[in-house]
Design a binder for this molecule. Structure first.
Ligand code: ZN
Length: 306
C-alpha cells in the first residue's frame, strides 16, 4: 500500500454529485489516482481526453493467483499508468483483462498490458475490434490487436482466480452493444463500465437506447452494494446505488424527450435545437452528446438502428 492509494473510507464524507473534478473539490494534479474500494478491489481513475475533464474509471481485483483488470485507458501511456499503479499495490501479475467497453477510450492503451494476459470480451466487441485492427493495417496506426485465444462471453462466464469468484456478465446491449460487467459476489461489487456513466450525459453514438434501460434494470435487481461506473467518479455504498438510479432516470428522461419531439413531428435538426434536457443540461458532455442522443433515439423509433 502506498500513499497514492486513497482509502475508500475517506470518500464517505459528503461528495458533490458530479463528474466534474473541480466541482467535486479536486485538483487536476490529484489524477490519476487509485482508490481502494474493498479489501482487494480497487478502481483507477484518469482523465478522459478532451477539454471537458472527467474520468475514465477502471477496476482491478487482486488475488494471490494474480490480478483481473476490467477496462484500460485510452492510450498506451495512460494504460501503462494503470499497470504501474497495480504494481504498487501487488507484485502479483495481471492474468486477465476484461474488455467491458470496446471503445478506444477504454482499449486504446491495451498494448501496455503485459504480453500473455488473457483477454475476455463479448463476441460483438471482438468483431468490432478485429474490424478496426484490419482497417488500421495500412495506415500505420496503433498496432494492437486482440490476441488469438481471447475468451468470449455471450451471456455469463463465472471464473475463480486465487479463490475469488468473479462473474463476467452481459446484461444486454447498452452503450456499445457488447457491454460486459464484472460482478464480485463475495464483495457485492459490480463494475459496469459504460453501462453506467456517473453524472455524464447519456452518450449514445453506438448505443441501443431501450435495451440500455433494460440492462440498468437488470443491474439494479442484482445483489450489489457498490456499482462502479466506466466514466465519472467511484462512489461507495448507498451513494453508488443512488447514482446508478440517477443515471437510469437520466437515460429515461433523455429518451422520453427525444421521443416527445419525434411524436410531435419535429425534424431531427430542429429537435436538436429544441430539446430541453432540464437538469441534465448541466451534466458533463451534455452539449456534445445531446444532439447524438436525439439522432440515436430517432433512429430507434424509425427502425434504422443497425
Ligand atoms: Zn468511454
Amino acid at each position: 500500500m502506498t500513499r497514492a492509494v486513497i482509502l475508500a473510507t475517506l470518500l464517505i464524507a459528503a461528495q458533490v454529485r458530479t463528474a466534474d473534478p473541480v466541482r467535486r473539490g479536486l485538483k487536476e494534479s490529484d489524477f490519476p489516482r487509485t482508490i481502494k474500494v474493498s479489501d482487494n478491489v480497487y478502481t483507477y481513475e484518469d482523465f478522459h481526453a478532451g477539454d471537458e475533464k472527467f474520468t475514465t474509471t477502471n477496476m482491478f481485483v487482486v488475488t494471490p493467483a494474480g490480478v483481473l483488470v476490467a477496462d484500460g485507458q485510452g492510450d498506451v501511456a495512460a494504460t501503462k499508468g494503470l499497470v504501474d499503479a497495480i504494481a504498487k499495490v501487488t507484485p502479483n501479475p495481471i492474468k486477465y483483462v476484461v474488455i467491458c467497453s470496446d471503445h478506444g477510450d477504454h482499449t486504446g492503451g491495451n498494448a501496455a498490458f503485459p504480453a500473455g494476459v488473457t483477454y475476455i470480451i463479448h463476441p460483438t466487441s471482438k468483431a468490432i475490434l478485429d474490424r478496426q485492427a484490419e482497417g488500421r493495417g495500412g495506415r500505420g496506426g496503433p498496432s494492437w490487436r486482440l490476441p488469438a485465444g481471447a475468451q468470449l462471453v455471450s451471456e455469463k462466464n463465472p471464473l475463480t482466480l486465487g479463490g475469488e469468484d468473479i462473474e463476467i456478465l452481459f446484461l444486454g446491449r447498452a452503450h456499445t452493444g457488447g457491454d460486459l460487467g464484472v460482478y464480485l459476489p463475495r464483495r457485492k461489487i459490480l463494475f459496469m463500465s459504460e453501462i453506467f456513466l456517473n453524472r455524464v450525459f447519456p452518450a449514445m453514438r453506438s448505443a441501443y437506447p431501450s435495451d440500455w434501460l433494460g440492462a440498468l434494470t437488470k443491474a439494479e435487481r442484482m445483489d450489489v452494494n457498490i456499482y462502479i461506473p466506466g466514466h465519472g467518479f467511484t462512489e461507495i455504498g448507498d451513494v453508488s446505488k443512488e447514482e446508478l438510479r440517477a443515471y437510469h432516470k437520466a437515460l429515461e428522461t433523455v429518451i422520453a424527450e427525444a421521443t416527445r419531439l419525434h411524436k410531435a413531428g419535429v425534424p431531427v435538426e430542429d429537435a436538436i435545437k429544441q430539446a430541453n434536457w432540464g437538469e441534465y443540461s448541466s451534466w458533463t458532455l451534455a452539449k456534445s452528446q445531446g444532439p447524438i442522443a436525439i439522432r440515436k433515439v430517432y433512429e430507434q423509433i424509425e427502425g434504422t438502428l443497425p
